[in-house]
Design a protein around this ligand. Structure first.
Ligand code: ADP
Ligand code: MG
Length: 310
């Protein structure tokens, strides 16, 4: 059964800024579904519409066969939402925040302790601390407990790990995977492409449009180019001279490295490329073939969508 069905959703702000363009998605019950895209792509707008906080300009959305506009009250009962901005009461203690959310949803902490126990265990030592005084990772764990305390059928998390340290980020994803054992569908957005591989399926979103939906491995398998990485002594100079490269390729900085995807027969293209770099007096490390990451795939799809490669 599909948990969420989104058909033809559009949203503009003030009639001018287009935030979402013809979004169509189907999310299955029990999935960990990721929405991946850069800042301004439209992730939060979509979350706010799915969680009944914002009206779309057009389109239909069903959550377990309920209409998010007509049946918004019933929808709110079965969803949990962890919004992108800190949503708890900073002057209430950890315990008071959890009590508050339990009462608000007419639920009780005891009733749902089994669901939140693995997370609660980690924050319980700080139960008397004010929520505003917790670390970033701890705040998110508390927010997660509060969003789960009424045992929702679907949990929405908008960039839950943005600004959280790498160890807490990993812990947080382990928790998300465990939530799924309780048959809760998880919809999570992230700008971190590496995190996307932890989802069952991901939708890539750019400029308000969905540009691909697939399991992470399928997205990686569908990469069309032949991808290489190398280090350059001067990445800025390299990127400048690459504008003159006669080969059909796509290049971009990737951390300390340059990634380059070729759309050529490599038997002839690689010697040509090495000759080109040498003619341009570019010092570089070994050029190594690598497997693409989800980020490489995102870049390839966006570049193809813009028609830059033929
Ligand atoms: P993301 O969450 O992926 O960063 P958003 O949904 O917040 O993307 O934003 C999508 C687009 O809509 C962006 O261009 C953003 O500037 C714009 N936008 C978001 N919220 C508002 C708002 N309340 N008023 C006007 N424009 C907005
Ligand atoms: Mg956002």
């Amino acid at each position: 059964m599909s948990a969420i069905r989104i058909q033809g959703v559009n949203k503009t702000y003030s009639g001018k800024i287009t935030a979402l363009k013809d979004i169509n998605l189907e999310i299955e019950e029990g999935e960990v579904f990721g929405l991946v895209g850069p800042d301004g792509a439209g992730k939060s707008t979509l979350f706010n519409i799915l969680t009944t906080l914002l009206l779309p300009d057009s389109g239909d959305i069903n959550i377990f066969d309920m209409d998010v506009i007509r049946d918004y009250k019933a929808v709110r009962q079965i969803i949990g939402y962890l919004p992108g901005t800190f949503s708890l009461y900073p002057d209430l203690s950890v315990q008071e925040n959890l009590d508050f959310f339990a009462v608000m949803y007419k639920s009780s902490i005891e009733e749902n302790m089994s669901l939140i126990a693995p997370i609660w265990k980690q924050i319980e030592p700080f139960r008397d601390r004010k929520a505003g005084k917790l670390s970033g990772g701890m705040k998110q764990k508390l927010a997660l407990c509060c969003a789960l305390i009424h045992r929702p059928h679907i949990l929405f998390l908008d960039e839950p790990t943005t600004g959280v340290d790498p160890v807490s980020r990993k812990e947080f994803w382990d928790i998300l995977k465990s939530i799924r054992q309780h048959n809760i569908t998880v919809v999570v957005s992230t700008p971190y492409m590496d995190e996307a591989t932890r989802c069952d399926r991901i939708a890539m979103i750019q400029d308000g449009q969905i540009i691909g939906v697939n399991p992470p491995q399928t997205i990686i398998d569908n990469f069309k180019g032949k991808l290489y990485t190398f280090k350059s002594d001067n990445i800025f100079s390299l990127l400048k001279v690459m504008e003159q490269c006669p080969l059909n390729c796509n290049y971009y900085p990737y951390g300390e490295h340059c990634h380059i995807a070729f759309y050529e027969d490599m038997a002839t293209a690689m010697p040509q490329f090495e000759q080109f770099l040498s003619e341009q007096h570019q010092q570089h490390g070994e050029i190594t073939a690598i497997q693409p990451s989800v980020e490489d795939c995102f870049i390839e799809i966006v570049t193809h969508a813009n028609g830059e490669l033929t």
